[in-house]
Design a protein around this ligand. Structure first.
Ligand code: CDP
Length: 223
């Protein structure tokens, strides 16, 4: 149990392209809570390591880089060493690179305190892999948001096309499937439904319906 002075946390996880980022930030907005996009931190390590020429197989160097990189979030934008990298971290390439370096325990440990520092009043919605199991095991509400791989590929496709990025559906589908396998099989913080988490299957739900369901769950959890 958390003490009354500890701000509430809603932890939201799910497979890649499940819509968890969109849903989590809308839930945070509806409650006036802070929002932690933990995936952005792994993407920042991916970008910073690429910029600095740090190899993906060099776990110690990636761990040091993750502990030292200067990141800040402001007005929905992400800054690395003072530079706005909001767009640069969103490419598929950075997503794949992030998922490869996220298997390293040294990288995960380096990001731990930074992630916990986001827990501030009146509360936090934290989105990402080990939010419910490792970073905020005492979260008031844990949600595992999922959807079929086809539904997720379609959503990601629309998102990328809307941004003017051209992709092939079959490549996207294959990429998602490979990422699911890598994320589920890894030894460190694998993708799984955390103990006590509620599963929300969203293939047939709109974003608003998913948000409403989580707000209802949170209301009943905090009664
Ligand atoms: O949802 P998607 O995988 O597209 O992207 P993301 O949430 O931005 O995270 C990028 C990658 O970082 C994920 O695929 C995970 O492998 C990794 N990650 C992680 O290991 N732990 C977290 N708390 C968040 C992201």
């Amino acid at each position: 149990m958390t003490s009354p002075s500890t701000p509430s946390v809603i932890a939201i996880d799910g497979p890649t392209a499940s819509g968890k980022g969109t849903v989590a930030s809308l839930v945070a907005g509806a409650l006036g809570f802070h929002y932690l996009d933990s995936g952005a931190l792994y993407r920042l390590v991916a970008l910073a390591s690429e910029n600095q020429g740090v190899n993906l197989d060099n776990e110690p160097a990636l761990g040091v880089l993750a502990a030292k990189m200067a990141v800040s979030f402001s007005d929905g934008k992400v800054f690395l060493e003072g530079e706005d990298v909001s767009e640069a971290i969103r490419t598929e390439n950075m997503g794949v690179r992030a998922s490869k370096l996220a298997v390293y325990p040294q990288v995960r440990r380096s990001l731990m305190d930074l992630q916990r520092s986001f827990r501030m009043a009146p509360g936090l919605v934290a989105d990402g892999r080990d939010m419910a199991s490792v970073i905020f095991p005492d979260a008031q509400l844990k949600v595992f948001l999922t959807a079929s791989v086809t539904a997720r590929a379609e959503r990601r496709y629309k998102q990328l096309i809307a941004k003017g990025i051209s992709v092939k559906m079959e490549n996207l589908l294959q990429d998602l499937q490979e990422r699911d396998v890598r994320d589920s099989k890894r030894g460190s913080a694998p993708l799984l439904v955390a103990q006590g988490a509620r599963v929300l299957e969203t293939s047939e739900l709109s974003i608003d319906q998913a948000v409403k369901r989580i707000l209802d769950w949170y209301q009943s959890a905090s009664c």
